[in-house]
Write a protein that binds this ligand. Structure first.
Ligand code: AMP
Ligand code: MG
Length: 301
């Protein structure tokens, strides 16, 4: 974090923008970015795109990069306290057992919880159902200086809703444009959006569900509906493909992450967050008091 408090900080001396983590052949922000040719059916869930190290190296790297993430996050928070309205929003999508909860614990868990606005979105409550689907989303948006994390999101309203025909197609279809407009507004208000879709293979999902059944300490995570949803995997893939195709914008990009290896998906999301924070080119906020005068007052007290 050398020199980052200097007013003249350029992207180069803010953080390791150019000296990318050496175990990566290319930055995750490039390699995982969804493109027009991203095909979910082609994902190799076991792959660890761009990472050239071993599992042990990946696991060792996570806390190291966590320190970088945490230092940047502190700066974002400090700026928020000084009135900066900018924030980050990390949208986490993925089917059950894709690793959304573990992402929150293991990646977001590396930063100061004071600086995090976390929200998870389940089946809409009675109150939520009485409102537009973006109502609960708007209420949960990160405030200035925060990293907002959505464990599921407004995307459920074009995913589970489409898969199960919860509303007719002519109702969910226009939502893509509406979501794009919503996210554009958010971006213009100072929120940097990162959307992450985590994908595990059907076999890995079975193994993770099996573990939830075998271990009494994991029963709380198990929901009989999860097995039902497994029967809809092809429909979910279609729905994810459509959602990513329709809402993968420059201002709110999707990142598609093979997630059979938790150590990889966590490291990758850590890097995406670091990159996002670096884009903000944060300095420490200037003191709103006379530092020299305060030093003198303190010495004399
Ligand atoms: P979990 O993330 O395991 O707590 O599960 C939350 C459940 O809520 C998932 O099955 C989601 O598909 C479901 N869910 C989330 N948002 C919606 C929505 N807008 N409409 C219907 N179901 C939803
Ligand atoms: Mg669940």
């Amino acid at each position: 974090m050398a020199k980052s408090s200097e007013k003249s900080a350029s992207p180069k001396n803010v953080e390791s923008k150019d000296e990318k983590p050496s175990l990566w052949s290319a930055p995750p922000v490039k390699i995982l970015r969804a493109t027009d040719s991203t095909r979910i059916e082609d994902i190799d869930f076991d792959e660890t795109p761009g990472f050239e190290g071993t599992k042990a190296e990946g696991q060792a790297l996570l806390p190291e990069r966590g320190e970088v993430l945490s230092a940047l996050q502190e700066k974002l928070y400090a700026n928020g306290r000084a009135g900066d309205l900018r924030s980050i929003l990390l949208v986490l999508q993925g089917m059950d057992t894709a690793g959304k909860g573990g992402m929150v614990r293991n990646v977001i868990g590396m930063v100061d919880p004071q600086g995090v606005d976390l929200a998870s979105f389940g089946v809409p409550t009675r109150e939520e159902k009485q409102h537009h689907y973006l109502w609960r989303i708007r209420r949960a948006l990160p405030r200035g200086g925060k990293i907002g994390v959505f464990d599921r999101s407004h995307y459920e309203d074009v995913l589970v809703v489409a898969v199960h025909d919860l509303v007719p197609r002519q109702v969910w279809e226009p939502r893509f444009d509406e979501i794009n407009a919503f996210e554009k507004d958010l971006t213009e208000e100072g929120t940097l959006i990162i959307k992450v879709a985590l994908f595990v293979s059907p076999e890995e999902q079975r193994a993770r569900l099996q573990e939830r059944l075998d271990r009494p300490d994991k029963h709380w995570k198990y929901n009989p509906g999860d097995v039902t949803e497994r029967g809809f995997l092809p429909q979910y893939r279609t729905a994810y493909q459509r959602a990513i195709d329709r809402t993968n914008t420059d201002y709110a990009p999707w990142f598609v992450i093979p997630a059979n290896h938790k150590w990889y998906s966590r490291l990758a999301v850590t890097e995406l967050l670091i990159d996002a924070l670096e884009q903000l080119q944060l300095d420490w906020p200037a003191a709103d008091f006379d530092v020299e005068l305060e030093k003198k007052r303190l010495a004399e007290s």
